[in-house]
Design a binder for this molecule. Structure first.
Ligand code: COA
Ligand code: ZN
Length: 306
């Protein structure tokens, strides 16, 4: 069995919370980040510097970044930025890592960031260059990489082309995102095989949503294709407000369980994740958890009463 380590970025505080109807305080966001950190999660997407009119849930981005820097200066934390203004706000708040977001279709870029594909590509390239000048670490999302809720199946050639452009613009990590959770393991295999021909696999990350229950199967296909970086969201919290039909992200606990059972290391503790899920459930007032949650809770309850 492999002893490779997976690098998991928990995106719950951003991808998870951007779509919640219940207001979540800055303090609660910081507590969730702390619990994830205590569970061993070494990389967290904490917030986004987007228009507060578009996503009011992220209006406190500067306070979240300042709070995390104060409480956990050693933690790797990123913030999503849609444009230069977002980058400036993130940098002023003390962010050390930013993620730009480029969708692989015209309509998704228009709905998400009000730019056509060409403009969105240019803005992402400029933002990556500017971030580099500021000494920030960078990630670039290629969103709706499998299917677009508005245009249907995404062309693989476009995904590869955009990923290459983001790589040339200096993105240190390129996140191939199944924004609406429509991918299958076969599609994941062909995508990463094609991407791996011209891009370094160690820079590629996979970001799945579990809309059709296939996130773990898709993660396994990505692992088999050589991918070692993954986004996931504790408790499977998530969904994009601008992509109809997008359900929660791949649950971090499902990914950790699957990976560890298959001989990969994650350095993340399941009991620690369960505490974060309990906390998030109390905040959001609803049941959370990925496919394995019932079994994980039973196992954990057994252990703690032994
Ligand atoms: N942060 C905060 N405010 C911003 C901003 C940013 N990054 N970028 C632009 N704005 C403000 C402008 O200052 C302007 O404010 P005003 O109305 O008070 O003058 C207003 O937003 C409109 O600016 P404009 O450049 O015309 O933007 P837009 O209306 O075309 O919207 C985005 C573009 C990118 C700002 C907006 O679509 C957005 O924030 N999208 C994010 C979507 C998202 O988070 N999706 C989920 C994650 S992938
Ligand atoms: Zn997502």
């Amino acid at each position: 069995m492999s002893t490779d380590t997976l690098i998991i970025t928990d995106v719950a505080p951003r991808d998870g919370l951007q779509n919640q109807q219940v207001p979540v305080s800055t303090e609660a966001k910081l507590k969730l980040i702390q619990l994830l950190h205590e569970a061993g999660v070494a990389s967290i997407e904490a917030t986004s510097f987007v228009s507060p009119k578009a996503v009011p849930q992220m209006a406190d981005a500067a306070d979240v970044i300042a709070g995390v820097n104060r409480q956990h200066p050693e933690l790797r934390v990123s913030a999503l930025v849609p444009n230069q203004k977002g980058l400036e706000r993130a940098h002023a708040a003390g962010a050390r890592e930013v993620a730009v977001v480029l969708s692989a279709t015209q309509t998704m870029n228009e709905k998400n960031i009000n730019m056509d594909l060409a403009r969105a590509t240019a803005v992402c390239e400029e933002t990556l260059h500017a971030a580099h000048e500021l000494g920030l670490r960078t990630r670039a999302y290629v969103a709706v990489a499998f299917d677009c809720p508005f245009e249907g199946p995404t062309r693989l050639e476009t995904v590869v082309d955009l990923a290459e452009r983001m790589n040339r613009a200096g993105a240190q990590e390129i996140v191939i995102a199944d924004t609406i959770g429509s991918a299958s393991p076969g599609m994941v295999k062909s995508h990463f095989e094609a991407l791996g021909k011209t891009l370094p696999l160690h820079k590629l990350a996979a970001h799945f949503h579990d809309t059709r229950g296939m996130a773990s199967a898709n993660a396994w296909a990505a692992i088999q294709a050589g991918v070692r970086r993954f986004d996931a969201s504790v408790g499977g919290i998530g969904g994009c407000p601008f992509a109809p039909g997008a359900a929660g992200n791949a649950a971090t606990e499902d990914l950790v369980l699957m990976a560890e059972r298959s001989g990969f290391k994650t350095n993340i503790s399941i009991p620690g994740l369960l505490q974060a899920i309990d906390f998030a459930e109390a905040q959001l007032g609803k049941a959370l958890g990925g496919r394995s949650i019932a079994w994980l809770r039973r196992q954990h309850a057994k252990r703690s009463t032994l």
